[in-house]
Design a protein around this ligand. Sequence first.
Ligand code: MRU
Length: 369
Amino acid sequence: MKVDGKHIRPIWLSQDLKVVKVIDQRLLPHRFVVADLKNVDDVIKAIKETYVRGAPLIGVTAAYGVYLAALNAKDKPISNDFLIKECKRIKFGRPTAINLAWAVDKVLHETLKPETSSEKIKAALNEAERIVETEVENCRKIGENGLNLIAEISRKKGNQTVNILTHCNAGWLACVEYGTATAPIYAAFEKGIDIHVWVDETRPLNQGSRLTAWELGKHGVKHTVIVDNAGGHLMQHGMVDIVIVGSDRTTRTGDVANKIGTYLKALAAMDNNIPFYVALPSSTFDWDLKDGLKEIPIEMRDPDEIRYVQGFDRGAIKSVLIPPETSPAANFAFDVTPARLVTGFIIENGICRATEQDIMRLFPESKSH
Ligand code: MRU
């Protein structure tokens, strides 16, 4: 996507193909810093500490991690056992987004096949790049499919502003291009539909107020940052036409894990008869799971992310303590929205209702899982 007229992605490979370059998202919007990931340890750190975040981008970074494992393997010929061990380490980066394990398994599968080290490295790179470009194309299609929903609301409102509420950052920073929840928003904007986005700040790491607001602003999309608790009030007063969020893992039955607070938005949307859509690529479905509440692992992050708030003050990024020094905090990073609260899914191959039957209509090959 474009930032100040320049095309940029949150991840790319250096020209000599030895270093994975990522935007360090911890510092946005106040600093634009590119970090170099040179080995598997760097990749794990970047995933754990949220230099990169968002399910599809975590997957893509992990895919490049497998490539770096092969590229930097000391023992030649590269042993498959070594690659399998490195992949296990990468998979432990973060627990909730299924894209991580999905991408690692895909690249590993291709890398184990060839005999020679150079062929293994080439296979890892090819598969990682294939995943990148597939995710880009999938997000583009999610945009095309979701556009119809926004266009329909605009038509019903006689071309008045369509107000969309989103939670966290499911934008191009969380993917590679377009985003998932933001893809229909960008598509509607390009079509000239009058839209406005309510951006939940998304405590504690503020992916909404830091990242979604930055992305939308750079693109020229009208938006307003709101506190996480404002959504219900706006919905009660007719100020939200549709909610679109992303997902970190969705079960075959349609239960959705996403950033903490998503569930409360879905409840409020249901109570106010407002469509609640989840935009996701097929890589975010976990075909093995049926019960999201019982089966999706919810990441617990460092309580200091809640206790301290990061901001920009007189030219520097600073962290300040909010609660009493001695008060404990609990940092649940995600929650699960049950399928019954989801109006539908916007996926690369279409729109469907949040039922196993309807999901399987779009993914008949996954029926047998
Ligand atoms: O903790 P994060 O920033 O990785 O959480 C990200 C989210 O919850 C996103 O909504 C989700 O990954 C979908 S991204 C297209």
